[in-house]
Each structure stands twice: as structure tokens, then as C-alpha cells.
Design a protein around this ligand. Structure first.
Ligand code: PLP
Length: 405
């Protein structure tokens, strides 16, 4: 399914009150002091053979699987939101971000409890950040979150609570538990009356476009890319990345395409409805990070004018993309992309298979395309089952080929 967004605009960016380069850059500076992140920017790989195969001018993949040992871009969101929450709660203390991340104020924070629902990656990042700062973390998991994802979150020191329902039910349960116990919700999705923290989370994702602009030396009036494909869960990643590019490039911004699972099409439905909406499908998808039933209303305010095209893909298309990225059988660098991580590449493959769809999205032989691998093998056993490859073997081949390039 594909729809071109009738409300997309190409004008000066006017949403700095929600997301801005200034706030994103401040978040990036704070994140640079968190010892759990790798200090270098994540790689931006050029896949020349894949580009030739698709019939486009170039294809780049920003590889967020290498952001940290946590394995996904979510490591950029929750830590910033937690830091901003703590500095708001103790605003008279003038707490230094680096000192907080180094755990120097752990005794002050020992009785602070933060809670969130998650489908895996956000919860792991929040648990890791809470552990660094020295506060308590409770994570609510819905029925479909796998045991290996639960284990990864628990190993970061979080207390796990399981519920029977889906992701949206876990969001409601986290809000209820916080209300009853005096805990603080640190959620990556917004809802009625709750926007400050999800905005801080999205702002953290601005590190990705900031690095890309530096890596490609993109001047404001000469964007490196004509098209950017962004996978959508509640819409936070897409809003955090697209807003930065929109503010930087203004009317010359790239064409943005949001890719979701068929069964969890809440952003696609939002584009049809003209407001933040619910998915029409079962929501259950192998792309666990994208299996969200409701769009984040705050993210939607940014996506509505910034995203040009919304599309959906099948689980099989995501799995096929994971396989191609892991074993390109050309000189392209192999990349470890998890189920949600591969969705942008899968969306591009689906568009380039159908000339009419490619044309609707304005893709042609001149197009310079960017996709983001938002996670590595965050569920390693599932990754091996789906690709037939061990993540470490893919990484070993990646090192050899990157070295030769
Ligand atoms: C790996 C991965 N990619 C993309 C997303 C989508 O992000 P958002 O929910 O902010 O749209 C998620 C969300 O959890 C994720 O885990």
C-alpha cells in the first residue's frame, strides 16, 4: 500500500517549538558524555551494487546497529529524556549531564523510579540509562515481546512486568502503574496530556541526521540525498530525523518515505485521516519495533507536513531485506540488520520492483537514496533463524570488506 501525503509541505520549517536543531545538538553534546555509546559516529555505507541493481544513482545505509552494544538507535532517545527529566525534577541542583551519566548523583536518585512500555529497544535503552544514573527502572512488556528481548532488558537491571495485551495496552498499563506508585513514565510515544518526555526522546534521535550532514558535508542548499526512507513505529524516529533535515534544508529537503508493516499501519492511516490514527490490522508483526497500533500525536504533528509518502510492507519483505543485507553476494559491505532495522531497505526494494510505485514516489535513475538500519541482531536467535547466519560471521565479513574498501 502506498499513499502520497496531500498535506506535505516544502516551505521553511515552522515546528521549532516541538523539535529543533538547537535542542537536538544540545542532546547530542550530552549523549557524547554517556559511556555506554560508542564515541565515533555510526558508519554511513555506500551500497553501489544494490544501487545499480535498483536502478538508482546511489544508496547509502546509516548503520545504527553500531551505535552501542545496546544494538539500536533507541540508545539515543531514552537517556536524553531521562537526563532532562532528572534536571527538571532537581532543577535547583544544577546537575551536570556528564556527572549524572557517570553515576555521581546515584545517592540522590536512588528513590526515583522510571517506567515505560516497550517492544524491546526503548526499554533496553531506558534500563541502561537508569542503571548509569543510579535510579530504578520498571519495564512493562506486552504478550508478543520475545523471551530473548525480555532477557536483554532484564540484564540491564530493569524490573519486568508482563501483561496479556498488545503494545498499546502496555502503554496504558505503564501510565496506570506510574500514577498508582508515584513513578515517572519515560515513554517514546505521546498521548493526551503527555508530550514533554516523548519530545525529549525524539530530540535525541537528531544525532543521526546531524552526523549524516557532517559525513556528507551537506550544505543547506545541496542535500546529499533526494530520498530518505524511514521506518515507522509510533513515528518518533521519522519525526526526529525528518525534522532535522527539514530545518536544515528548508524547501530543498529530501523526499521522505515512511515504511510500516501492513498489519501496523497507524501512520499510513494517519495520512489518510489527516490526524494521528490507529492501525487497521492485527498490529502483530515480526518487525517488533514497528508493531505499534497508535501513532504518537506529537510525532504526527511533525510528520504531517514533513513526510511525502507513506507505504507498508509485509513481514516476508522485511526478512528478504535482512538476508540481502547480511549476504549481498557482491562487493557491497554486509550489514547486520534486525527485523525492524531492515524495513527501510525493504521498502525501497518493494518500490523499485514496481515501476509505477517508484514513479509515484519520484524514484528514478537520478535518485540518491538514504536508508537507516535502526537495529542490529537485537534478538540474535531470531536473526539466525531468519537469515541462516550468525551475526558475528556477518560482522567478520563486514570488517574484511570495509577494510578493503
Ligand atoms: C529498531 C527500531 N526501528 C524503528 C523503530 C520505530 O521507531 P518509532 O516507534 O519511534 O517510530 C523502533 C521502535 O521501537 C525500533 O525499535
Amino acid at each position: 500500500m502506498l499513499i502520497n501525503n496531500p498535506r506535505a509541505q516544502r516551505s521553511e520549517y515552522a515546528l521549532r517549538d516541538i523539535l529543533s536543531i538547537a535542542q537536538a545538538d544540545e542532546s547530542r553534546a550530552w549523549l557524547s558524555t554517556w559511556p555506554r555509546l560508542n564515541p565515533a559516529p555510526t558508519p554511513l555505507y555506500s551500497l553501489a551494487h544494490a544501487a545499480a541493481h535498483f536502478g538508482i544513482a546511489s544508496l547509502h545505509v546509516k548503520d545504527e546497529s553500531q551505535r552501542s552494544a545496546l544494538g539500536s538507535f533507541k540508545a539515543l532517545g531514552a537517556p536524553v529524556a531521562l537526563l532532562r527529566l532528572v534536571t527538571r525534577l532537581w532543577h535547583t541542583h544544577r546537575l551536570d549531564p556528564r556527572a549524572l551519566f557517570e553515576g555521581q548523583h546515584a545517592s540522590l536518585l536512588a528513590h526515583l523510579t522510571v517506567i515505560s512500555a516497550t517492544d524491546g529497544n526503548h526499554g533496553k535503552a531506558l534500563a541502561a540509562a537508569a542503571r548509569s544514573l543510579g535510579c530504578q527502572c520498571v519495564i512493562v512488556l506486552h504478550a508478543q515481546v520475545s523471551a530473548e528481548r525480555e532477557w536483554a532488558i532484564a540484564s540491564e537491571g530493569a524490573r519486568i512486568m508482563r501483561i496479556d495485551g498488545n503494545y498499546d495496552a502496555s502503554v496504558a498499563e505503564a501510565a496506570r502503574l506510574a500514577h498508582v506508585n508515584g513513578w515517572h513514565v519515560v515513554s517514546d510515544t505521546s498521548y493526551d496530556g503527555y508530550t514533554e518526555i516523548p519530545r525529549d526522546v525524539m530530540q535525541g534521535y537528531g544525532t543521526i541526521p546531524a552526523e549524516i550532514i557532517e559525513q556528507t558535508a551537506s550544505a543547506r542548499d545541496t542535500p546529499a540525498f533526494t530520498h530518505v526512507l524511514l521506518q515507522g513505529g509510533v513515528g518518533g524516529l521519522a519525526a526526529g530525523v525528518a525534522s532535522y533535515f527539514c530545518e536544515w534544508h528548508g524547501a530543498r529537503r529530501p523526499h521522505f518515505i515512511v515504511v510500516e508493516p501492513h498489519q501496523a499501519d497507524c501512520l499510513y492511516q494517519s495520512a489518510l485521516a489527516g490526524h494521528a490514527a490507529h492501525a487497521t490490522g492485527s498490529v502483530d508483526s515480526i518487525m517488533a519495533g514497528l508493531a505499534c497500533g497508535a501513532a504518537s500525536p506529537l510525532a504526527w504533528r511533525v510528520l504531517e507536513p514533513c513526510i511525502d509518502t507513506f507505504m507498508t510492507i509485509s513481514d516476508d519483505e522485511a526478512i528478504a531485506a535482512m538476508r540481502v543485507l547480511s549476504d549481498p553476494s557482491t562487493n557491497d559491505v554486509p550489514i547486520v540488520a534486525g527485523e525492524s532495522g531492515a524495513a527501510g531497505f525493504a521498502g525501497l526494494a518493494a518500490l523499485m520492483r514496481e515501476r509505477s510505485l517508484a514513479a509515484l514516489a519520484g524514484l528514478n535513475s537520478q535518485s540518491r537514496v538514504l536508508v537507516i538500519n535502526t537495529e542490529g541482531a537485537t534478538a540474535p536467535a531470531l536473526y539466525e533463524e531468519l537469515t541462516g547466519q550468525h551475526p558475528e560471521d556477518v560482522l567478520a565479513r563486514q570488517r574484511t570488506i570495509s577494510h578493503l574498501a
